[in-house]
Design a protein around this ligand. Structure first.
Ligand code: NAG
Ligand code: NAG
Ligand code: NAG
Ligand code: NAG
Ligand code: NAG
Ligand code: NAG
Ligand code: NAG
Ligand code: NAG
Ligand code: NAG
Ligand code: NAG
Length: 619
């Protein structure tokens, strides 16, 4: 082991100038010998560096998703037998290509398709959707679950066939009651499960009546906590240093509400507590405001090297940053990835350019509002299983934490919650949907309805509701990042809709309905045009389309998009209806009589006006 280690370390000093990642004893890699048997294949080492130096694949993620054909040790031995100590820039590209072909299989080829056993043709909740076209669409989306299902071994985060077949894997498999999971995405570069995506997938699965699959997904995520102490960002070894928004406890809550499965809750509660403890132990910081201290949560991974799945991009974007500041830059990029918002002006010091990213200086309102919800749910679930002592403890913690939320993030002047900057001690008062998460998680004083109404007012003032396709991720127009204007994302639109819908205010509830309708219609129209559900949508155009921006191409087939749509169609099953544009077209083509044509047009226009208030934005 030390031989491999030494060689891998020395290599980093023999690389070309641009390439040098200035690596030393303080490097924290995304996986290492403590948590992964193949760390020097995928998380550091000469193969990773050479493949990226020569840009063997357009997408950096390609290589790190290729399983090895032999054991990691045999693979690295073959590397040294072939290339010795050759520095990455000097490795001949054709020989490198041959090596990769000989020793690695296609990306994702270790994942096995499966059919969810609880999938049924016509789930009652979907059949209750009144609009026939939307119902048919929902059934189509429901059908996609079958293709999203991948066999999931508890150690999917391992790679080679050898490990796949290891006894550890098999014992894991036995201890889990289900070996399957629904992956978060069907196609494109995201082949493995992703943590926060899973919440919206669960919402969709529950509409599809797939309780067993939901339970299986939860068990798989929980097995990550048991094994690694937290839920990694996704199901790969290169995600072992960062998590994603804490949605496991909310998933259990949604599952319990749908099934009343108290035994399952009792069984899984210790793991849920363990996950929350990870956030406590590893992701908190102390703030002093006035003469009081507040404990708050941050997205803050320790890793400070290029992310293997975005290696080229991380090296390229660090160009021009002095070597001593690069580790901090990479840590801030990886921490933004932990937030799920990679990338957004939200994390940039100048609110414009990635170059100024400073995620670890920012205390994010959405994470803290989610933690508050986690407390709330634990209080509830402990009470459900009859553990009143523990339930009381979480009630107490949550009550204190609500005060923290109020003191740190709430701006009385503007009537809204914002991210807090640790150095400037100022809030970032630009609009981001993260401000609405306290509404979604109910994390404000319930009797103080005024707070939610003021947030609503604030959103109106900034024009958040003025776009034809949904709520954009910010109003910052020239960042070219994917978590900014003009992109709208399913989880954010869904949380806003739910936050407004659950308020006591009729106007807010009405706005919730209108956003839901816009979002559903936009997704539907893009689906009609492209035959795909997308990762994100451009919400401003007259004609909705898939979103753009960021470090990779927009991905199709998306799990969380499908889940959010199924949930909204189910919630508004008798209210959301498509404008009658199609029937009008049919009418026009079949009508030979001028009078009939005019009548048809009138009917369809009236239908549209009644059904969509801001229809004009759309057509
Ligand atoms: C791989 O090689 C290292 C270093 O030589 C050794 O410690 C480890 O046990 C080997 N792993 C396996 C599975 O053989
Ligand atoms: C890689 O990117 C280049 C330039 O964008 C493109 O021409 C090429 O087709 C891409 N290759 C693959 C395999 O996608
Ligand atoms: C992993 O195990 C599964 C189930 O036995 C098998 O189908 C799959 O081919 C294996 N993967 C590899 C890379 O050997
Ligand atoms: C798994 O390993 C065992 C023992 O090493 C071997 O007999 C078996 O054929 C392997 N199975 C697969 C699917 O590779
Ligand atoms: C639920 O999943 C378990 C384990 O995966 C399986 O044994 C059981 O038959 C499934 N139940 C239903 C109703 O599908
Ligand atoms: C969390 O922090 C503890 C204490 O510093 C450390 O031992 C542990 O490895 C960390 N856990 C993770 C998953 O990073
Ligand atoms: C608050 O935290 C600061 C460090 O951030 C510490 O110096 C101070 O003693 C703490 N005050 C209290 C009351 O705990
Ligand atoms: C309540 O939960 C705590 C923490 O999991 C546990 O230590 C305690 O034994 C439980 N009490 C009862 C009565 O089940
Ligand atoms: C709250 O908003 C006001 C008005 O925009 C602003 O001046 C103030 O700095 C904000 N408070 C904090 C703590 O950032
Ligand atoms: C949003 O639309 C409303 C109603 O059409 C309009 O009064 C308001 O000025 C718009 N807000 C912004 C910021 O454009």
């Amino acid at each position: 082991m030390s031989a491999v280690h030494l060689v891998a370390a020395s290599l980093l000093f023999s690389t070309g100038a641009l390439w040098t990642t200035r690596v030393g004893a303080t490097d924290i890699h995304v996986c290492d010998e403590t948590n992964s048997p193949n760390w020097y294949i995928y998380c550091s080492g000469p193969i990773l560096e050479s493949v990226n130096y020569h840009a063997l694949f357009n997408d950096s993620k390609h290589y790190v998703d290729m399983p090895t054909k032999n054991s990691p040790n045999d693979t690295i031995k073959a590397w040294y037998d072939t290339f010795g100590q050759t520095a990455p820039p000097d490795v001949p590209e054709d020989k490198l290509r041959n090596f990769i072909e000989e020793y690695f299989s296609d990306p994702g080829s270790e994942l096995v398709n499966c059919t969810p056993v609880d999938w049924i043709e016509k789930p009652p909740k979907i059949m209750s959707i009144t609009d026939p076209t939307l119902r048919a669409w929902a059934l189509e989306l429901h059908g996609i679950w079958k293709h999203l299902c991948k066999q999931f071994w508890a150690n999917i985060v391992s790679k080679s066939s050898e490990e796949n077949n290891s006894s550890e894997c098999q014992s894991d498999q036995k201890s889990l009651s289900t070996p399957t999971a629904i992956l978060s995405m069907a196609s494109g570069r995201f082949r493995e499960f992703y943590y926060w995506d899973a919440y919206w997938i669960v919402k969709g699965l529950l509409v599809s009546g797939m309780y067993n699959s939901t339970r299986g997904m939860i068990i798989n995520l929980a097995s990550m906590v048991d094994k690694f102490g937290f839920v990694p960002n996704g199901g790969r070894v290169y995600y072992l240093q960062r998590s994603q928004p804490p949605m496991l406890i909310p998933m259990v809550y949604e599952y319990y509400e749908a099934t009343n499965d108290r035994e399952f809750v009792r069984h899984i509660l210790p793991t849920l507590v363990k996950e929350l403890n990870f956030w406590h132990t590893n992701r908190t910081t102390e703030l002093q405001i006035g003469n009081k201290n507040y404990t708050v949560f941050q997205y803050r991974t320790n890793s400070n090297v290029p992310r293997p799945e975005s290696f080229k991009e991380d090296v390229r974007t660090a160009h021009g940053i002095s070597d001593d500041l690069k580790p901090k830059f990479w840590q801030d990029k990886a921490s933004a990835a932990e937030s799920g918002w990679d990338f957004s002006t939200r994390w940039f010091q100048d609110h414009k350019t990635l170059y100024t990213i400073e995620t670890t200086k920012i205390v994010p309102i959405d994470l803290n509002a989610l933690i508050c919800w986690n407390y709330d749910i634990l209080e509830y679930l402990f009470e459900r299983v009859g553990n009143t002592t523990e339930s009381e403890i979480y009630r107490e913690i949550r009550s204190k934490f609500k005060n923290t939320l109020n003191k740190v993030f709430y701006n009385k002047t503007l009537g809204a919650w914002f991210d807090y900057h640790m150095d400037t001690k100022q809030q970032n008062i630009d609009f981001y949907p993260s401000s609405v998460v306290p509404l979604f998680t109910g994390c404000y004083h319930a009797l103080n309805q005024g707070k939610s109404e003021r947030l609503f007012q604030y959103m109106q003032n900034v024009g958040a509701f003025n776009f034809s396709g949904g709520i954009p991720t910010s109003m910052i127009k020239d960042s070219e990042e994917q978590w900014d204007f003009p992109n709208g994302w399913s989880p954010l639109n869904h949380m806003i809709i739910e936050g407004l819908r659950k308020s006591e205010n009729a106007q807010m509830q009405d706005q919730a309905y209108r956003i839901a309708k816009k979002w559903v219609e936009g997704n539907y129209r893009v689906f009609q045009k492209t035959k795909f559900m997308w990762e994100k949508y451009d919400v401003i155009g007259k004609v909705p389309r898939p979103g753009e921006g960021g470090e990779y191409h927009v991905q199709d087939g998306f799990g969380w998009t499908n889940g959010a749509i199924l949930d909204l169609l189910s919630t508004y099953n008798d209210r959301i209806k498509l404008p009658q544009a199609n029937s009008a077209a049919g009418c026009l083509s079949s009508g030979t009589n001028g009078l009939v044509m005019i009548l048809c047009l009138m009917v369809s226009t009236m239908g549209a006006v009644i059904l969509t208030q801001n229809n004009r934005d759309y057509y």
